[in-house]
Structures are given as structure tokens and as C-alpha cells.
Design a protein around this ligand. Structure first.
Ligand SMILES: [Zn+2]
Length: 277
């Protein structure tokens, strides 16, 4: 692959980011895959090996949450190969570059379809995990969330109940199940951030899972420029103002370095000798 580091496309992307006041990112499974997390579909994918989860997963949970929790605790004890792959995964250079771009003020929000907690661990602060986070728990009534490690579960009193005063709703894993509505608070946040977006970046996503894919599409349709970062073309490619082909772990660090260099030149110009005081 030729380096995009000095390409006109990279320069165009940097210019769009510099001009934006509220850049929003949609991040997908490609970023997780680069950290060694198995995909769901495809060769060796979780669902290819284990079979697709039933489409009525949430219905089954709702009918017998105690049974779901018994299995969950059993899985936590036995830690199979997929769980181990996820537990040992670390944020990659792409996750860190995305967090750096936020720290620089270059991007405002990340909507991630990934459930692996790697964005948060990389330092991303303004983040909506639209499909949940496998290391968190969530109350199905009030949508309160807790890291699993901070939510003790008594195996003798399943399913666990929400600790919020006056709630007492059933608590489940935060990952959104098949058949489960995406939590309204997450959808609201995605809609608000997308409505404010004056630039969209689509990173490591095939952009075929809805509703996540609708945010960059709707933004592009109202004239917001879209930057696509992905090794392969996607349904978003025809809508993109700039396409940066490659793994996010290579493209995002190059992009973050170029944005930082531009910011440094700007601040050097503002503080050049003779202009102070
Ligand atoms: Zn609750």
C-alpha cells in the first residue's frame, strides 16, 4: 500500500477537520479487528463457529432473566477462547489516535458500534456505544449503567436488580441483544450529536448495520462532508468527500499527526516573537 501520509487526500481530510466545529465519528468492527478481536461473521468469526444468536434473544432473556444470568455467570467462570481474545485485546494505534483527535479538539464525539470497551480504555471521553459495552451492566428500566467489576452479583439472588432508589428494574449485560431495542438514551445522544455535526468520519465500518449507518448517510444527504477511512469500499464511499483507504490503525495516526502539525504551526504563528504583549 502506498503511504497516505503525504497524499492530497490526507491534506483534504486535514483541511475539512480544521474547518469543522463539531466533527462526529462513526466507528465500526474494523477497529476492533485490528486489536485482534474476532469478528462476528466471516472465517473464524464468533457466529460462524458458534452459530448466529437467535433473533429472539431478548425475548428469551425477558421470559427467564434468571436463566440468562446463570449462563452468564457460568461463561464468566469458564472464559472460552473468544472471551479470552476479547479480554486480552488492547486499544490499538487507531483507538489512541481517535482519542488524541478528541483531546486536540479536532473531533467532538464518537458513535461506536463496538462493544469491547477499547475506545474508553484509549481515553475517548465523548462516546456513545450504540450496541452497548460488554464490560458494563444496564438496568432495563432506567438505563443506569455500571462497569461489571463495580456491580456485585449474588448468584443466590438472580436476576440482579437496579440499585437506583425507587427503581429495582432487572439488570442485564449492556450489550444490545438481538430483538432488544437500542436504549433510547443512546439513540437520543446519537441523533443530537449527528444533528450538530458539520463533518462526519466513518472509520472501519462497512456501514450496513442500522440505525448506526443512517447517521453519516443522513448527514451527507444534508451536505455535511464525509471522510471515509476503511480498507475496502462501502455503501458510504459514493457519498464521501474524501476516502482514505487503509486500516484505521495506520490512517488515523497519520491523520492525527497531520492535524497536530497544522495546530502547532497555527499556535507558533500566534506566539511568534514580537506579537506578544
Ligand atoms: Zn434502574
Amino acid at each position: 500500500m502506498s503511504s497516505d501520509a503525504d497524499s492530497p487526500s490526507l491534506a483534504h481530510a486535514v483541511a475539512l477537520i480544521a474547518a469543522a466545529r463539531h466533527a462526529v465519528v462513526l466507528a465500526g468492527a474494523g477497529m476492533s479487528k485490528e486489536s485482534g478481536i474476532p469478528t462476528f461473521r466471516g472465517d473464524g468469526g464468533l457466529w460462524t463457529v458458534r452459530g448466529e444468536p437467535p433473533l429472539n434473544q431478548y425475548e428469551t432473556f425477558s421470559a427467564d432473566p434468571r436463566r440468562w444470568w446463570e449462563r452468564r455467570l457460568e461463561q464468566e467462570r469458564s472464559a472460552d477462547e473468544f472471551a479470552t481474545a476479547i479480554e486480552s485485546a488492547e486499544p490499538n494505534a487507531g483507538h489512541r489516535a481517535l482519542a488524541d483527535l478528541e483531546a486536540m479538539g479536532a473531533i467532538a464525539h464518537v458513535i461506536s458500534q463496538n462493544i469491547d470497551d477499547l475506545h474508553r480504555r484509549a481515553g475517548q471521553r465523548s462516546l456513545t456505544e450504540i450496541h452497548g459495552n460488554r464490560t458494563w451492566m444496564r438496568c432495563i428500566v432506567c438505563e443506569s449503567r455500571w462497569p461489571r467489576a463495580e456491580f456485585p452479583v449474588d448468584p443466590e439472588a438472580l436476576p440482579p436488580r437496579c440499585a437506583q432508589p425507587g427503581c429495582g428494574g432487572i439488570v442485564k449485560g449492556d450489550t444490545v441483544m438481538f430483538g432488544e431495542p437500542i436504549p433510547p438514551s443512546a439513540l437520543r445522544r446519537c441523533a443530537e450529536e449527528s444533528a450538530r455535526a458539520d463533518l462526519f468520519l466513518s472509520v472501519g465500518t462497512s456501514a450496513v448495520v442500522y440505525p448506526a449507518a443512517q447517521y453519516p448517510i443522513a448527514a451527507a444527504q444534508r451536505g455535511v462532508p464525509l471522510i471515509e477511512i476503511n480498507p475496502e469500499p462501502t455503501p458510504l464511499t459514493p457519498l464521501a468527500a474524501v476516502v482514505l483507504r487503509g486500516p484505521s490503525g495506520e490512517v488515523l495516526p497519520a491523520l492525527a499527526a497531520a492535524v497536530r502539525a497544522l495546530q502547532d504551526r497555527g499556535s507558533a504563528a500566534r506566539t511568534s516573537p514580537g506579537e506578544d504583549d
